[in-house]
Design a binder for this molecule. Sequence first.
Ligand SMILES: Nc1ncnc2c1ncn2[C@@H]1O[C@H](COP(=O)(O)OP(=O)(O)O)[C@@H](O)[C@H]1O
Ligand SMILES: [Mg+2]
Length: 385
Amino acid sequence: MTLEAASALGIDVVVLAEGPEDSAVALAAAVQFGSPSSADALARLAAACDVVTFDHEQLDLRVLQALQDQGRAVHPGPVTLQVAVDKAAMRTTFAAAGIPVPAFAVAGQTVEARGADRVARMMAAVAAFGETYGWPLVLKAGRGGYDGRGVWPVAGPAEAVEVCRWADDHDAILLVEEHVTISTELAVLVARRAGGEMVVWPAVETSQSDGVCREVLAPGPVDPELADEAMMLAQVVAQTTELVGVMAVELFVTGGALVVNEVAARPHNSGHWTIEGSVTSQFENHLRAVLDLPLGDTALTAPHVACVNVFGAEDGSDPRDRLAGALGVAGAHVHLYGKQARPGRKLGHVTVCGADAGQVRARAWAAARALGSAGGTADVSRVTR
Ligand SMILES: Nc1ncnc2c1ncn2[C@@H]1O[C@H](COP(=O)(O)OP(=O)(O)O)[C@@H](O)[C@H]1O
Ligand SMILES: [Mg+2]
């Protein structure tokens, strides 16, 4: 999707892909193969580009730092990524900057010797947190999680100890958080240039089931004052993290107030709706920001926009075989990512824009279902697992 935006602007992109099956390879004019964690691969990429950017965070920050130290432009930079990829650093940095976050504690560090003692120490920290905030709690791996992987709501100590063992086995940093009673999950996208110029998109509602985003509604159905506050907080987060590029800021509405859950320092699933639903898409503004070009208008193109993710159907069938059904739905903008179909895998999304909130939502779900699996019903649970 970034390549599509780059093509329109005449920007040449060199893609670093792990293998020929990566979806960007089919669209890229120039491809290099290699690991995003390899210093050599990144040095080769940087030598061919004016700016290095990325669409996922499975990176080695030391390698990026070394590139930057050699005078290469890396956007967003390692300072931003350090916060985005490490949930403990994120919570600590935001709390220090006065940004509201859920109550949390770091229950286990990776520097401690592994084994039963470490599990017991983690468990003691989790239990002490439970004494203060009450059960259930949410445990999280400090790094590497996405789509709900690495997030475990736990009802009590028996479940928590299993997670502590997992964290010990995987040498993971373990975070413990209060289980927030969420009335709405919001996401706010923000784009920022190096000089500080920022644009922010309207706050959207995201609905997760099993920790995976199923549906995004723009604008989010919340009080306008709360939406404004979310947009303001996202800009504070972008400034605090010295963002250059696009960032998605995920927030919880709880008891009528906002807390920041997490950020992604890249174009994000919660912003796919912007391709048709906003004057400027997140992908285009990401390119503009990292190339230090003027940022584009973030206004909605219609009063309501709904975006529903498409997941691989249980029978493993390819959604491309069902395209006609989805395109028969009025106003459905279908995006398939060219990934190998597997049951439950996120393979694409559908966006519908229009005047009526109920209608755009119903159409987006109908088209996503026609493609195979929309991963649940329109009444998706807001609680993970
Ligand atoms: N402290 C919490 N209280 C209640 N629900 C939570 C909490 N943290 C996460 N969740 C739920 O789990 C989902 C995934 O958690 P998140 O931290 O965003 O991880 P990921 O990196 O997998 O997106 C969230 O969107 C939310 O629905
Ligand atoms: Mg998340």
